[in-house]
Design a protein around this ligand. Sequence first.
Ligand code: NDP
Length: 226
Amino acid sequence: MPVLVISGANRGIGLEFVRQYAADGWTIVAGVRDPGKAGDLAGLKGVEVVELRVDDPLSIRAFADGLAGRRVDLLINNAGVMGPEGPDQSKERIDVAGWMQTLQVNALAPILLAQALKPSLAAGAKVVTLSSQLGSITENEGAGLYAYRASKAAVNMGNRCLAVDWRDDGITCIVLHPGWVQTDMGGPKAPVKPPDSVAGMRRVIAGAGPADSGAFFGFDGRRIPW
Ligand code: NDP
């Protein structure tokens, strides 16, 4: 059975990814910040819950070491944060520590995790990183959310670097916008439900091949401008 490794698996979009791939019989290594708070993953067949604090490079290293010698078919970098409260990442003021933490989680961690798992990624493997349309420079007419937007633009570039560097290894690396999704982050007014977002992203992931590596897609398959 194919093997999925995913971060931030205990709630929101990550949890829905686990549910859907588990239902298809995949083996899943579900990285969670706190295994004590991963109750929704309990009882899902084929799911191993493993501690993974993505803002800590030592935790990323330990997580990867625990997977040494195993094949990984799909890595989904899902864990993410919105960053400081709105006014603290706006034209009024910037929370410096909050900006750095947002970059650490959203931009740096996905690249560190992919690199740490590289020995487990064979030709044909895919690395998928949850970005956001809010990270599109072309489409930014809303401003605000400085740290969040900057972190997603940065991870887009990090992914593109991986895609280029791993082209000859046959590893496909893409970034995805999941839609505006009803989760703790997206809030109750979001128009897209997690099952629909994840079903759409799974279609995009299944269809993505080496020719798509480095690209930025929406959950509906639309190419999103940088
Ligand atoms: P949620 O806030 O619902 O869930 C975030 C997940 O990330 C949680 O599992 C959380 O774990 C985990 N996480 C955060 N920080 C860390 C950390 N330091 N170490 C380990 N895990 C961590 O978000 P969503 O499910 O909505 O979002 C998933 C991804 O999709 C994110 O990357 C987000 O930016 C992106 N996205 C979401 C959109 C939306 O509308 N919802 C729109 C565009 C992009 P814990 O429970 O321990 O906090």
